[in-house]
Design a protein around this ligand. Sequence first.
Ligand code: KG4
Length: 338
Amino acid sequence: MSVNILGIESSCDDTSAAVISDGCLKSNIIASQKVHEAYGGVVPELASRAHQQNIVPVVSEALRQAGIGMSDISAIAFTRGPGLLGSLLVGTSFAKGMSIGLNIPLVDVNHLHAHVLSHFVRKSPDDEVPEFPFMCLLISGGNSQIVVASSPSDMRIVGKTIDDAAGEAFDKCAKVMGLPYPGGPHIDRLASAGNPKAFRFSKPHIPELDYSFSGLKTSFLYTLRDNLKDNPSFIEDNKEDLAASLQSTIIDILLDKLSKALDRYPVEHVAIGGGVSANSGVRNAVDEFCRRKGVKAWIPERAFTTDNAAMVAAAGYFKYLDKKFCDLSLPPYSRVSM
Ligand code: KG4
């Protein structure tokens, strides 16, 4: 009999369900919440309500596309944290309810582990996956970390941001340029037509392998403020160059520490994950970086960069095989290291 893992993700503003059968992806449904666009950021209460509306149809569609029924599910893997507590509570409660109703095991998944393990979402048994140990640059709206993964359950954060995440740098700078939320994809699009050397923004001097993006944000703001005095249409006239220069500075900051991390922890496989790994400039730069360093690069499919249940099911599959099940009494958590 096949092992069918139903994955459920509800940590932020995407409700997602996926089915992995014997290690291969059969469906991955994502309902993104448009309701937050008007507010320029995720509103937690609205996110929880939208999850409640979305979760039943999203899970039903994931099962339908996978061609399986409820009685075929072997275990339910769900994101237990970190994330927004109200949002997590919806997925957690739903997963627990299904587990009781179907009398099948529950597997709790750390959302950050799932991003790192997104490279193990196979479409066919022949698909290649990274070799342990590997390094993952995990860059999203809430995190910027360098992780060394020695096994699916043994992950160590060797560097992390001390203030903003890379995604916040994209989103906050985009916001002051008047771009819609989330701004990352808009900066990406504009940057492709701009000159990355047109503007110089400050780079941080942080010891060890940690990141900082708040100084870059301030430097970006000062550039706008100083230039808007003489030219009120400065942003509109220079939006491509501003975007390209911002993006290339973020990439330089990311790669500088990744390079130091690789010197300290020499591994042969380097991956990226999280929403910002959808950025075209980041993807090209990491690919090129890995070629220069002689290591294998793992660049995820764009569908698996932002929050999705496929990666949760993949992480859950590892735990299922190890029989690491979770107790019904375990609550969701908003914060965790790893
Ligand atoms: O992993 P993710 O979906 O969830 C959070 O941690 O919230 O990441 C979302 C982040 C946002 O900051 C968004 O602007 C950024 O990923 N992002 C991008 C791109 N696509 C998404 N940033 C730069 N370029 C992109 N193409």
